[in-house]
Design a protein around this ligand. Structure first.
Ligand code: G3P
Ligand code: MG
Length: 222
């Protein structure tokens, strides 16, 4: 079962910081997940929420702040919110990455960033998995970069999950572990997709996922 560091090793270091990504690498995570929004000046940054309120000492919507403004605030460990470029440079092909498209317009910046990184010899196209709850934007991303694996995010996997997954020729269905059952996992596998479950932080839940034959788990404790 693939262990995916959720927002980096976010159980050990502040989520979505360079420290959390480097800690995940130290712990041997094979894949690191993080979330991407685009700020007002157009750069892709790595942050979970639509505002900077919870994870920095600043306030405001990411989409209404420039990169310079966002960089003037600190995360809990005294870093600044990393850009997507800084994040990929820090991870430097040492693990696979799951880039989650959160904010509007992020899909274009994610495609640009992947293209740019693939020019260097440390990254292979297989190192990237791009996912989103926003299936329309994920489809737009897929049209720009059909060679990159996609993961369709669901809270609760619906009966017709394969409609969007088929359109995307998706690699995985990424689902909230709390709603997964043996039956759903088997159905997803029979349709030809992997199952990655979020966010599994307890040993007992990890065992449950193993018993269901889930292919990977997102965890804050990789
Ligand atoms: O991609 C798995 C997980 O990160 C999805 O939920 O809210 O933590 O981004 P969230
Ligand atoms: Mg996420």
């Amino acid at each position: 079962m693939l262990i995916i560091a959720h927002r980096g090793a976010s159980g050990h270091k502040p989520e979505n910081t360079i420290a959390s990504f480097l800690r995940a690498l130290e712990l041997g995570a094979k894949m690191i997940e993080f979330d991407v929004h685009v700020c007002k000046s157009g750069e892709a940054i790595v942050i979970h929420d639509f505002t900077i309120d919870r994870t920095t000492n600043g306030k405001g919507f990411v989409s209404e702040l420039s990169l310079e403004e966002i960089k003037s605030f600190d995360t809990d460990n005294g870093e600044t919110v990393p850009t997507l470029y800084e994040t990929l440079e820090a991870i430097n092909g040492k693990s696979m990455v799951n880039i989650e498209i959160k904010g509007k317009k992020s899909y274009k910046e994610v495609a640009k960033a992947i293209k740019r990184q693939m020019e260097s010899s440390v990254w292979e196209k297989e190192d990237f998995l791009v996912s989103s709850f926003n299936h329309e934007d994920l489809l737009k991303f897929h049209k720009l970069m059909p060679e990159i694996k996609t993961g369709v995010l669901f809270e609760h996997v619906p009966e017709n999950f394969h409609e969007i997954a088929d359109k995307l020729k998706a690699y995985s269905i990424n689902a909230n572990f709390e709603f997964l059952t043996n039956e759903i996992v088997d159905k997803i596998h029979n349709s030809g997709y992997k199952v990655f479950a979020y966010t599994v932080n307890e040993e007992s839940d990890k065992s449950k996922m193993e018993n269901m034959n889930v292919d990977g788990i997102f965890t804050n404790y990789p």
